[in-house]
Design a binder for this molecule. Structure first.
Ligand SMILES: Nc1ncnc2c1ncn2[C@@H]1O[C@H](COP(=O)(O)OP(=O)(O)OP(=O)(O)O)[C@@H](O)[C@H]1O
Ligand SMILES: [Mg+2]
Length: 338
């Protein structure tokens, strides 16, 4: 499969004025010529194939928006190379604009005084969108994102969530080859988030769009993407499928059984050996509760059967470390070392 974009050893540093603490320091800082370098993105490399759906996650300040800004030609990299649809974004931003769609959720792009419907018509002309494409993208957006009641309203007068929906519709109006969506579900209520994900998924399928989405809502990733990139203080800490991510970072999964009677030491011993052979370990037997932990993928059915065979079980649950828990653990793992 052909690459939609390719990034190699990409870095971005910002020059920041050094400021002393306090109000006086802030004022002095305005006139100071002393600067410091902030390494927002540090030597990252990755490619995205045509039609791939990739999620980019990371803590606040990890460098996600900076990466997207370089990919969309808004920022010039400090070091490294990047190519989007065979073009260098910061050199060929205008040509690229016709083939990419961009949403910056923290700062919606459409801020015009004209009604939504007119905004879309204007974009149609600007992007030279063929009528048959526009008919599909416009009609679908209106239907799927519930835009009908908003079409006559000036963009400026929309609420954040309403504007976000219009922004997304606008970004996909020309059925771009790649969509860069920076927090496309920010500020949306739960049902609208679902609508937005469904819309992105459908448009992706219909036009084979390559997607790069950043988000703090991991459902956006698990429901829309098949691959995950994790930025950690500007560095790429993980690049792979969501399953690989879980496999690499998830700790133990557990089978928790509520027993009719506490397990006897003798039965625990026998069961312990059998459980071990199947990749598990009895980590607790407290009164009526028995907990078996395992790391091996696919071990749950065998372990469950062993427990059911050896004990009288009243209830049984499987606890898997979900992706949110894993990500929270990674974010909390270490002190800030910028
Ligand atoms: N224009 C700028 N000038 C100086 N520093 C900046 C600028 N923009 C971003 N930074 C810094 O670069 C780092 C990365 O910022 P970036 O906006 O890429 O993070 P992010 O991953 O998008 O975070 P968030 O989840 O909060 O949106 C941060 O430390 C931020 O303070
Ligand atoms: Mg950001």
């Amino acid at each position: 499969m052909e690459n939609a974009l390719h990034v190699k050893n990409l870095s971005k540093s910002y020059q920041r004025r050094v400021r002393k603490p306090g109000l006086l320091g802030a004022v002095q800082g305005l006139f100071s010529s002393q600067t410091e370098e902030l390494h927002a993105v540090r030597n990252i490399s990755f490619s995205i194939k045509r039609g791939e759906r990739v999620g980019l996650i990371g803590e606040n300040g990890a460098g996600k928006s900076t990466t997207l800004k370089m990919l969309t030609g808004i920022l010039v990299p400090t070091e490294g190379t990047l190519e989007v649809l065979g073009r260098v974004p910061w050199k060929e931003r205008r040509q690229l604009a016709l083939n990419i769609g961009v949403v910056f959720g923290q700062r919606p792009q459409l801020l015009w005084d004209i009604p939504v419907r007119e905004t879309f018509r204007l974009l149609k002309t600007m992007y030279r969108i063929p009528e048959e494409i526009y008919q599909v993208t416009f009609t679908e957006a209106v239907k799927r994102l519930g835009l009908e009641p908003l079409l006559g309203t000036a963009v400026r007068q929309l609420s954040l969530g309403q504007r976000m929906r219009c922004d997304l519709a606008a970004a996909l109006l020309h059925a771009p080859a790649i969509a860069f969506l920076d927090e496309p579900t920010i500020g949306l209520d739960l049902s609208v988030k679902e609508q937005v994900r469904e819309y992105i998924r459908d448009m992706q399928k219909r036009f084979g769009t390559s997607l790069l989405i950043t988000t703090h809502d991991l459902k956006d990733i698990t429901e829309v993407c098949d691959r995950l990139l994790l930025l950690d203080k500007g560095k790429l800490l993980f690049d792979g499928s969501i399953r690989e991510f879980e496999r690499k970072f998830a700790n133990e999964s557990r089978v928790v059984a509520e027993l009719h009677q506490p397990a006897t030491p003798a039965s625990l011993k026998k069961m312990g050996a059998e459980v071990k052979r199947h990749g598990g370990k009895i980590v607790a037997s407290e009164g009526h509760r028995l907990i078996v932990e395992y790391r091996k993928e696919g071990a749950a059915p065998a372990l469950t059967q062993i427990i059911l065979k050896r004990q009288k079980v009243a209830d049984l649950t499987l606890e898997k470390t979900d992706i949110e828990t894993i990500v929270t653990r990674i974010y909390r793992r270490k002190p800030d070392k910028k």
